[in-house]
Design a protein around this ligand. Structure first.
Ligand code: ATP
Length: 234
């Protein structure tokens, strides 16, 4: 497994949000996490990254226990997160934003190769490399946020709500690019657009109330009447 999350428990202050979430992410796969608003999807990603401290449970990256490692150490070990809302440096150019993503020791060594990799995945970013990030379209900014995370050469890339606020056609292109990332790494995707997530995922977890309510391949979950009715609208 690229990433194994076992019985993860966490929350904010006294508010418990996760009640034992377990997720397995095989190498070179796309695994999606879906579920209703407030279910704990973002909190799961933040806790895996160590931005939110785990109260209990284990996070293992390539078999190594990294539960207590702070976020910058996890980046060094091959984990990256594209947060909700992108968090770009809007007054800096596209290329400057990308270079900001290569701060880890491992990433600095391969910075130029990484830039080529990102530009080959997202040709639009190469065309716009001298443009200020804040003046890019929503879809381009999301590509840039993903590109910046790729600069750390992650083995596991976690992406929170990449399609939020994007037109369907733009979102569709983005999903196709995310699907292609699986040739190089594992992807954990949190998505509101459940149908799109099903299309590109190898495995899907449904989180409700801070617990895994269901999991399976998209085909398996697609046969579950509850999942179909609530999440796929059919
Ligand atoms: P959404 O799809 O709406 O983003 P989600 O499944 O990602 O939902 P989370 O963002 O993980 O859900 O939120 C889970 C719960 O934790 C919610 O009840 C939310 O209000 C609470 N929460 C999230 N962030 C904080 C915070 N910084 N401080 C306190 N409570 C928080």
């Amino acid at each position: 497994m690229a990433l194994t999350v076992s019985q993860l428990v966490s929350g904010y202050g006294k508010l418990q949000v996760l009640f034992g979430v377990s997720v397995e992410v095989p190498r070179r796969s796309v695994v999606s996490i879906v579920g209703p608003n407030g279910a704990g999807k973002t909190t799961t990603l933040l806790t895996v990254m160590g931005v939110v401290k785990p109260w209990g449970g284990v996070v293992a990256l390539e078999g190594r226990d990294v539960t207590k490692a702070p976020p910058h150490e996890k980046v060094e070990l091959g984990l990256a997160l594209v947060p909700e809302g992108r968090r770009l440096f809007t007054d800096m150019t596209v290329e400057e934003n990308l270079l900001m993503g290569a701060y880890s020791r491992r990433a600095r060594a391969s910075m130029h190769d990484s830039l080529e990799l990102v530009y080959s995945l997202f040709p639009r970013l190469r065309e716009r490399r001298r443009q200020k990030a804040g003046t890019m379209s929503g879809g381009e900014q999301q590509m840039l946020a993903i590109g910046r995370a790729l600069m750390s050469r992650p083995r596991v890339l976690m992406i929170d709500e990449p399609s939020a606020g994007l037109a369907p056609k733009v979102a569709g292109e983005l999903f196709q690019t995310i699907a292609r990332l699986r040739d190089e790494m594992s992807v954990v995707l949190v998505e509101q657009n459940v149908a799109a997530a099903f299309e590109i995922s190898d495995y899907v977890y449904v989180i409700e109330g801070g617990r895994v309510a269901a999991s399976g391949t998209p085909e398996e979950l697609g046969r579950d009447d509850g999942v179909r009715r609530i999440y796929l609208g059919v």
